[in-house]
Design a protein around this ligand. Structure first.
Ligand SMILES: Nc1ncnc2c1ncn2[C@@H]1O[C@H](COP(=O)(O)OP(=O)(O)OP(=O)(O)O)[C@@H](O)[C@H]1O
Length: 250
């Protein structure tokens, strides 16, 4: 496993949010963290990147305990895109180049520029590369932030609701890129998402959070109506179309 979370606890002062989370992700896999609002999905992603330090438990990346790594080593291993994208006055090009920061020595290399150019092309952002990110739409900015994380070339990519501002075309395109990168580079992606059907289409594994722990873990075919009802309190049917399961609320 490239990422292993063992017995992770986290409290915001007296408020207990994570209460012994266990999960693992293999190379080449996309894992979707599902669950209702406020259950702790974003908190768990932040603990996986040590933006928040777990009050107990370990996060292991590629066999390394995150608590023993420097900030730069963590950034070489883990890329994180927040649910709330921060806006500065930089251009799209500079914002994506920032993704190379953990790898850059004294100067930016030809290889760094090559990786940035390739990422911009992949995300169809070349024509926008000189635009300022504080003048972009929510969806354009979300694409730039994911593009930057891909240019970072991390072993593990953490994405908090990566498609929340994207139109249908961009949702599918960005998730295809994430799938291709995860499989092609044999890295791992962990994402949170509220759209069950989009997650069922792109993720390999699912964990459902409830009461601060992972309540259910399965692959797409293991997602049963009982799990959805138990987690969200909504009765659903699951139908298959072209081999992909779809969740239909009653
Ligand atoms: N900085 C903070 N200080 C105190 N409590 C917080 C803080 N951030 C989040 N919380 C609380 O911790 C709980 C988990 O929040 P978190 O953002 O991890 O949930 P989530 O599952 O990602 O929710 P959503 O699906 O709505 O994005 C919530 O009850 C939230 O109010």
């Amino acid at each position: 496993m490239i990422l292993n979370i063992n017995d992770v606890h986290f409290d915001y002062r007296s408020r207990k949010v994570l209460n012994g989370v266990e999960l693992g992700v293999n190379r080449g896999e996309i894992l979707a963290i599902m669950g209702p609002n406020g259950v702790g999905k974003s908190t768990l992603l932040k603990c996986m990147d040590f933006i928040l330090k777990p009050t107990n438990g370990t996060v292991m990346v590629d066999g390394n305990d995150l608590s023993k790594l420097s900030k730069q080593e963590i950034a070489q291993n883990i890329g994180y895109v927040s649910q709330r994208n921060e806006v500065s006055r930089t251009t799209v090009f500079d914002a994506v180049l920032l993704g190379r920061k953990p790898h850059i020595g004294l100067t930016v290399s030809e290889n760094d520029y090559k990786i940035v150019d390739a990422a911009l092309k992949r995300f169809e952002l070349e024509d926008m590369q000189l635009r300022r990110i504080d003048e972009m739409s929510g969806g354009e900015l979300q694409k730039v932030c994911i593009c930057r994380a891909i240019a970072q070339e991390p072993n593990v990519l953490l994405l908090d609701e990566p498609t929340s501002s994207l139109d249908l075309h961009n949702q599918l395109e960005i998730l295809k890129i994430i799938r291709n990168v995860t499989e092609g580079h044999q890295t791992a992606t962990v994402l949170t998402m509220h759209d069950l059907n989009l997650a069922l289409r792109f993720a390999d594994k699912f964990v459902f959070m409830k009461d601060g722990i992972i309540h259910d873990a399965c692959d797409a075919r293991g997602v049963m109506p009982e799990i959805i009802e138990n987690i969200y309190g909504v009765k659903v049917h699951i139908e298959y179309f072209k081999g992909v399961p779809y969740v239909i609320p009653e």
